[in-house]
Design a protein around this ligand. Structure first.
Ligand code: 6R9
Length: 654
């Protein structure tokens, strides 16, 4: 792969500047090494001290790590706390009037919400949820636009001990239904519509479709936030407006005191099978990971203005919008829009307007902005910026250099943060006042995160060899299980083949001579399209569910802006279509996938054949499909192929 070759040759290194280092939360390699050393010497003492220092406990814990039922690890298991208390109540004494959220609306206007106001909004809504009979352990689906109220909904669930499961607002009715059913959710919180990039999307209509025909019997109520004045159909017995629900609710709500190991949320993500898995996080360990990474990786300071551009539908929006910044009492931006509306200067305008200090986005956004206006950042005053972050996929060194020089004036460190829905918080990323950065590498693990790279048997590989990225010791913010499927949790993340005690991340990686980690890509059938995880099996299942389709195989191919693009090889039940017919059916299948899963999963390229290339034992040769997708000549041995003639057909895009 071209991207991998270019990172392999990368040899630029940027040391932390003296200015940055002099104020950094962790300053200099000696300080970083000392933290690592402490974790090595006394692993439980290391984590226990941090959990005591950062979290406000109702009842302190006495035990740090319980490994008695590995890999179902428990952390701080006899402690009690509430995460909403940690994010709101504890700041009221000295930060009641500090801005918690700057709501940067799609249309470019903005609104500030103080900690006091956020606290009151969360309490009112929490009381509203209680009035509907929602309580500890109940599951609540949140299917909302990127408005502060989405954060309010999450915090309110956490306050009363309900388990939220946020579904990205771009997902389809089918995806909402699957998640409601898997979680057996009682409530859906949605909006009449969302507004992004000047366009609206009918969230409530989509929810109605997901719930139709009695498909989701667990749902008792649908709460509808009025983002606009658009009218929507209402089921009087089931639907209730958000503003009606909170109308007479008190603005104080005693938090439900929860056990450290109680479930905070379930977030569905793609894996190697057709069914997304519900990644289940617990409260205290997750909170600790969120806080720690903000302090260490984002070098968080009280006067910072933090802007994470993710959507709360993804883990990044959970950890670095809904919880982490609030736990620190930070001021942050909640951005409703898209990076390219009304123009490609939107981010830079936002930075200038709100004097953003810390900016965290995805490589795909950076690449698209370079394409649309490489010198646009120069038209804005970006001098407030002091730290830049990247997440979601490997960042190509060219995009990194542009981010560094053009956005960051060659003064702001870039923290390239490797982590996953499953890990809850940053795992491998530079501590910017200590670790020198290299374009394209996420550098070194956080202290206490025992990263290794191993072969098929679980043995460490020699330096410079590639292998599977694993984490050797459990850590607090690791997922606890897959919702309702302990077996899948064990076999996916702690496979017996590797000895059963290594956390298998699902990425391949290698280390350079300085021990820096370079992520090479997924080892499973997961694509990374614009930083979003998509299972090839999920898209295949959606295609095969179309009445025209007999068989489908999906692979990725490199894409300039998205990182990877989706290529679908499709075999119809009838004859292989040609010409206009093929175009029409391809378009129909693209819309079908958009409808089944969401637009982000829509294939970029569809190819029809009489069959898929298969071995004589019937296995689809995906390796060949990847070569075809890239438009490269097939040099591999095809002698084991049952039907080599289909390769010619599958070379042609419709
Ligand atoms: C946070 C998030 C996780 C997968 C992960 C990896 C890829 C994320 C990365 C990165 C290289 C980085 N990934 N960050 N690859 N460098 N800095 O994105 O979670 O949506 O679960 O995706 O994304 O492949 O395994 P999630």
């Amino acid at each position: 792969m071209a991207a991998i070759e270019s990172v392999l040759k990368e040899n630029r290194v940027f040391e932390p500047s003296e200015a940055f280092q002099s104020t950094a939360n962790v300053s200099g390699m000696a300080a970083y090494n000392a933290l690592c050393e402490k974790a090595n010497q006394d692993y439980e003492g290391f984590w226990g001290d941090l959990a005591q220092e950062m979290i406000t406990w109702k009842k302190p814990f006495t035990q740090v790590l319980d490994e008695s039922n590995a890999p179902f690890y428990k952390w701080f298991a006899d402690g009690d706390l509430n995460i909403s208390y940690n994010c709101l109540d504890r700041h009221l004494a000295d930060k009641a009037n500090k801005t918690a959220i700057i709501y940067e609306k799609d249309d470019g206007s903005s609104e500030n919400i103080t900690y006091q106001q956020l606290y009151e909004r969360v309490c009112q809504f929490a009381n509203g949820l209680k009035s509907l009979g929602v309580g500890k352990g109940d599951r609540v689906i949140i299917y909302m636009p990127m408005v502060p109220d989405a954060v309010v909904a999450m915090q309110a669930c956490a306050r009363i001990g309900a388990i939220h499961s946020v579904v990205f607002g771009g997902f389809s009715a089918g995806a909402v239904k699957d998640r409601v059913q898997d979680a057996a959710a009682k409530i859906i919180i949605t909006a009449n519509e969302s507004v992004r990039g000047g366009k609206s999307a009918p969230l409530k209509v989509t929810v109605d479709e997901a719930l139709k025909d009695g498909d989701c019997p667990s749902i008792e109520k649908v709460i509808v936030f009025a983002r606009t004045d658009k009218e929507v159909a209402f089921d009087a017995a089931r639907d209730i407006w958000w503003h009606d629900l909170i109308a007479n609710q008190a603005s104080e709500c005693e938090p439900e005191w929860m056990n450290a190991e109680d479930t905070l949320f379930v977030l569905y993500t793609s894996g190697s099978t057709g069914k997304p898995k519900g990644v289940q996080h617990s409260i205290a360990g997750y909170l600790l990971g969120a806080m720690l990474s903000l302090k260490w990786v984002f070098d968080h300071k009280p006067d910072d203005v933090f802007w994470c551009t993710a959507d709360v539908g993804w883990i990044t929006g959970h950890t670095y919008i809904a919880y982490g910044p609030l736990a620190w009492g930070a001021t942050q931006i909640v951005f409703e829009g898209v990076p390219t509306y009304p123009n490609a200067g939107r981010f830079w305008e936002g930075v200038e307007k709100h004097k953003v200090t810390t900016f965290y986005t995805a490589p795909t956004a950076i690449r698209s902005l370079i394409k649309l206006g490489a010198d646009l950042p120069n038209q804005y005053d970006l001098s407030s910026l002091r730290l830049l972050g990247s997440v979601g996929e490997p960042i190509n060194p060219e995009a990194w250099m542009w981010y560094y020089e053009t956005v960051g004036r060659s003064e702001c460190p870039i923290v390239d943060t490797w982590w996953q829905t499953e890990t809850g918080s940053n795992m491998i990323a530079p501590l910017p006042g200590a670790v020198a950065i290299k374009p394209g590498s996420c550098t070194l693990p956080l202290p206490g995160i025992m990263v290794d790279i191993v072969d098929e048997s679980g043995a460490s590989v020699d330096q410079s060899n590639g292998g599977f990225l694993v984490i050797k010791r459990p850590f607090p913010s690791l997922l606890r299980t897959v919702w309702g499927d302990d077996e899948r949790f064990k076999s996916t993340y702690f496979p017996e083949e590797l000895g059963g005690n290594l956390y298998l991340a699902g990425d391949s990686a290698h280390r350079d001579e300085n021990g820096y980690v370079w992520i090479m890509g997924r080892i499973d059938d997961v694509l990374n399209v614009s930083g979003h995880r998509l299972g090839t099996m999920e898209i295949e299942s959606a295609l095969v569910a179309n009445p025209l389709v007999a068989e489908a195989a999906v692979v990725g191919k490199p894409h300039d802006v998205k990182g990877e693009a989706v290529v679908a090889f499709v075999i119809l039940k009838g004859d292989r279509p040609e010409g206009e017919d093929a175009k029409r059916i391809a378009q129909e299948l693209k819309s079908w996938v958009a409808h089944e899963i969401g637009k982000i999963a829509q294939p970029d390229d569809i190819r029809f054949g009489d069959n898929l290339p298969k071995t004589r034992s019937g296995k689809i040769m995906r390796r060949l499909l990847r070569t075809l997708a890239k438009g490269e000549e097939i040099t591999a041995d095809t002698s084991t192929l049952e039907n080599p003639q289909v390769l010619e057909q599958l070379k042609q895009s419709v």
